[in-house]
Design a protein around this ligand. Structure first.
Ligand code: CP3
Length: 343
């Protein structure tokens, strides 16, 4: 076992394991050097490149888990969806009608993204730490597919859910089926945990989440149950949804920075908490980082805790600051900290 897997399974470990959301890519010079010579899809689809990029933050930072280098959009092109990255996902033909949804294909499990299975096998041969596989939650994938690109408020998508719920459910159903196949393939290839990214769920009210997100997320997470790997879930800016999220069939909930872990803990009984440093703190001086990290660690003492950022690491982060973050977390003894608190 490993510290990361122990904490994911609910163990109150003596030190909090740490990995960093979006740790591979974006801010690392060794990633940017590969990106000079390759397109984003090439980096995803050439197993040797995906493996190398996955391992870069392990070597440089010494984090306790690896996360596969891919994107949440990876399983969608075989459905018949054209996607480019500029740098965020851009959909060739945004899906707005039932006809367009009905035309989407559902590829067989071994046809969704065979290059991902190859990358996972290579990573497992080389990685000293457990590998987290991942996928996008259906509502978050649908957000891009309907809107067509990133947006400030995703107005067209929010309109679509209300205007054409039948098409919306048909789309979510297909994305759920493809996601189940894609994630099963990852686990069968060697992924030791799965994180479901529901980055845009927080846009919606709890009733909309209950209708358009929860049943699909539950189906995916339940389909992974027989594999006995920890299941992680993140919705960003979603405190108002925790009454729904608390009963999702998963072991770990990743929490953004907007509320302290001590306040969130009773809202998510039985779950390991992951989080929740504000990624912008890493832009500040090292002393500021130390103080903020120790505060988050102290807030997490009430139960099992995996240290992470509240959302992805920012592009402009100095890798030295990321290393300082990891070292600060590793130096923090949770047992001693608790004893000090009791004194
Ligand atoms: O550690 C890792 O970064 C692993 C790989 C990973 C990528 N995307 C690679 C990537 C992961 C885990 C993701 C998840 C992802 N992708 C999410 C969910 C997590 C979150 O941040 O909320 C979302 C919403 C996407 C969609 C997406 N892909 C966006 C918005 C962008 C553009 C901006 C950015 O950097 O996030 C991408 C492109 C993308 N995916 C890049 C990387 C490294 C940037 C490509 C580049 O310009 O170098």
């Amino acid at each position: 076992m490993s510290l990361f897997l122990d904490a994911a399974w609910g163990q109150d470990t003596n030190r909090a394991p740490i990995w960093i959301m979006r740790q591979a890519g974006r801010y690392l010079p060794e990633y940017l050097a590969i990106k000079e010579k390759s397109s984003f899809w090439e980096m995803c689809r050439i197993p040797e490149l995906a493996c190398e990029i996955t391992l870069q933050p392990i070597r440089r930072l010494g984090v306790d888990a690896a996360i596969l280098f891919q994107d949440i959009m990876t399983p969608l092109p075989p459905m018949g969806i054209g996607i480019e990255f500029k740098p965020g996902p851009m959909i060739d033909a945004p899906l707005r009608t039932l006809k367009a949804v009905n035309d989407l294909r559902i590829p067989a499990q071994d046809e969704v993204a065979p290059f991902v299975a190859e990358a996972i096998k290579l990573i497992r041969q080389e990685s000293p730490v457990p590998l987290i596989g991942f996928g996008g939650a259906p509502l978050t994938l649908a957000t891009y597919l309907v809107q067509g690109s990133g947006s400030k408020d995703y107005a067209e998508f929010r309109q679509f859910l209300r205007q054409d719920p039948q098409a919306a459910h048909a789309l979510l159903d297909k994305l759920t089926e493809v996601s189940i196949r894609y994630l099963k393939m990852q686990v069968e290839a060697g992924a030791q945990a799965i994180q479901l990214f529901d980055s845009w769920a927080g846009l919606h009210d709890a009733r909309t989440y209950a209708k358009f997100a929860k049943p699909y997320n539950s189906r995916i997470l339940e389909a992974l149950e027989p594999y006995r790997i920890p299941r992680l879930y993140i919705a960003v800016d979603a405190l108002h949804l925790y009454d729904e999220i608390k009963t999702l069939p998963c072991e770990v909930i990743s929490v953004d920075w907007r509320a302290p872990l001590s306040q969130v803990r009773p809202m998510l009984p039985g779950k390991t908490l992951q989080g929740n440093l504000d990624p912008a703190v890493l832009l500040a001086d090292k002393e500021v980082i130390t103080n903020e990290v120790e505060r988050v660690l102290s807030e997490g003492l009430g139960g099992a805790h995996i240290f992470n950022l509240g959302h992805g690491i920012m592009r402009q982060t100095d890798p030295e600051h990321a290393l300082h973050l990891v070292n600060t977390v590793k130096a923090f003894d949770r047992k001693k900290a608790r004893e000090l608190l009791l004194d």
